[in-house]
Design a binder for this molecule. Structure first.
Ligand code: FMN
Length: 288
């Protein structure tokens, strides 16, 4: 057991928010799970897609989200133009523009969480005002989870909390007071991340997660091209905070993980580097 200032994991390799859906894998990953090529229990934790107080359509209308999707419905989704608008391959990586399309916290707690018995789960939460986060945190209190990732850095939704330090301090303190779980703050590069880490540490946040996808025209950029940027952010953070750092951005191999550990990460997240090779994260987690 590795104890990252209260975030207790069996393995330093985690699945990044969004990479494993709501914690049970995306529909297209399920055949790999059935075949044993993806083993979600092999990760130190699986961080969920961002959950909000209410369900949101975001930038994607998914008719199958709440239904028992069939093979044909999955195929329709994979081939649809609509999907390409929210996730597309570009040189060096991917652009995603989901806009927090999700089922909402109540549905996740009632219908999805009970199915996740073998997986170490870190729900990722998002809101527009402080009360949204406190509300989400309180709902998660009774659950058996590894911690909660507070997302203040999504490039695809309008939210200004990350640039308002007074409000951020209020957010972190209220979340800390309201939560029974270790808290992780997920930061991006479009805000003063060093200042945010400092505020988070002062407010009793347990760990920092860096980095979120990078805002560009059309959405958030992720994948191999952002690795040098993510490494720099982790190295910068390491100089100013004693909090554990969960580093990620562009990791595609065990060697990449090692580079993050060398600049000061305590754990790493694997994300879009594996959209085309869904079995690779499991292989890496098992090797580590
Ligand atoms: C398809 C997709 C969905 C994502 N969904 C979320 C999300 O719901 N919440 C979040 O905080 N980050 C989300 N991310 C960002 C990743 O967790 C990660 O921070 C980012 O992609 C950088 O890492 P990578 O280059 O390894 O993918 C998503 C990324 C992708 C590609």
């Amino acid at each position: 057991m590795i104890n990252l200032n209260g975030v207790k994991v069996n393995n330093r390799i985690l699945l990044a928010a969004g990479a494993g859906g709501y914690g049970e894998g995306w529909p297209h990953q399920r055949p790999f799970i059935k075949l044993g090529l993806i083993d979600l229990s092999a990760f130190g934790a699986v961080i969920t897609r961002t959950l909000t107080p209410e369900s949101r359509q975001g930038n994607y209308i998914d008719p199958f989200e709440f239904e028992n999707a069939t093979f044909v419905s999955h195929l329709c989704r994979i081939l649809s133009e609509e999907r390409k608008r929210v996730l597309r391959k570009v040189p060096g990586g991917w652009i995603n523009n989901m806009g927090w399309w999700n089922v909402g916290i109540n549905y996740w707690i009632e219908k999805i969480y009970p199915k996740l018995k073998d997986v170490a789960i870190i729900p990722n939460i998002g809101g527009f005002v402080v009360d949204d986060y406190v509300n989400l945190i309180q709902k998660l209190n009774p659950l058996k989870i590894i911690g909660i990732e507070i997302n203040i850095s999504c490039p695809n939704v309008e939210h200004s909390l990350a640039n308002n330090f007074k409000e951020l301090a209020r957010l972190f303190s209220l979340c800390r007071e309201s939560s029974a779980h270790p808290l992780i703050v997920k930061i991006g590069i479009d805000s003063d991340y060093l200042k945010i880490a400092e505020i988070a540490e002062g407010c009793g946040i347990n760990a920092i997660s860096a980095i979120n996808s990078i805002p560009i025209l059309g959405g958030g950029y992720s994948g191999q091209a952002i690795k040098p940027i993510a490494l720099k952010v982790v190295a910068d953070l390491r100089k100013i905070t004693r909090l554990p750092i969960i580093g990620g951005g562009g990791i595609a191999s065990l060697r990449d993980c090692q580079e993050f550990f060398e600049v000061g990460a305590d754990a790493v997240t694997l994300g879009s580097g594996f959209l085309l090779k869904p079995w690779e994260p499991t292989r890496i987690a098992k090797k580590y």
